[in-house]
Design a protein around this ligand. Structure first.
Ligand code: AMP
Length: 187
């Protein structure tokens, strides 16, 4: 089973992705985590990505696609995968479809979390004080939400036309939302 977790920054993808991975036994891959590790390790890819991330912009598709390709072609993805934070553009979504179909598989569920914008900002500002992420400044948060609306939100329609969109209410307790996610993916 291949699952994509869609949703704005702060919608709960990371938290719910980790729970879904634990309950299904599928690996969760988060491009944001991979990129932050590359930035910390000061790899060439990390150095390229950092300036975009700090400003709340998306890292260019070609950088993400090289990461995604390695992940989707790896043995750990053979039985399925939970994709957290990618695809984030239509070009990335098309690339994911192509890479999976080359392995004779497909995206089974695209889960989107509905959370009102004021709640998103509140959550992101709260996380900023706890985790100290460099892109959780008020300015970068505003930019990430605009980028989400412009570049990532169109994926909702993209997956809706494929009949695999699962929309869930992203407001409530972590456990309630986790149950909604399990139900949405039929697990
Ligand atoms: P996240 O942890 O998913 O919120 O991602 C943090 C930052 O990493 C984003 O604001 C982007 O700068 C970058 N990023 C993560 N995933 C992607 C992606 N699929 N495409 C482009 N940029 C990404």
């Amino acid at each position: 089973m291949n699952v994509i977790l869609l949703g704005a920054p702060g919608a709960g993808k990371g938290t719910q992705g980790a729970i879904l991975a634990e309950r299904t036994g599928l690996p969760r891959v988060a491009t944001g985590d991979l990129l932050r590790a590359a930035v910390d390790d000061k790899t060439p890819l990390g150095e390229q990505a950092a300036s975009y991330m700090h400003r709340g912009l998306l890292v260019p598709d070609e950088i993400i696609l090289s990461l995604i390709q390695q992940v989707l072609e790896s043995p750990q993805a053979a039985n399925g995968i939970i994709m957290d934070g990618f695809p984030r553009t239509v070009a990335q979504a098309e690339a994911v479809e192509k890479l999976l179909s080359a392995r004779g598989t497909r995206v089974d569920h695209a889960v989107t979390f509905n959370v009102p914008e004021p709640d998103l900002v509140q959550r992101l500002l709260g996380r900023a004080s706890q985790e100290g992420r460099t892109d959780d400044t008020p300015e970068a948060i505003r930019k990430r939400l605009v980028v989400y609306r412009e570049l990532t939100e169109p994926l909702i329609e993209f997956f809706q036309t494929r009949g695999i969109l699962r929309e869930i209410d992203g407001v409530g307790s972590v456990e309630d939302i986790a149950e909604r996610v399990m139900e949405a993916v039929g697990a």
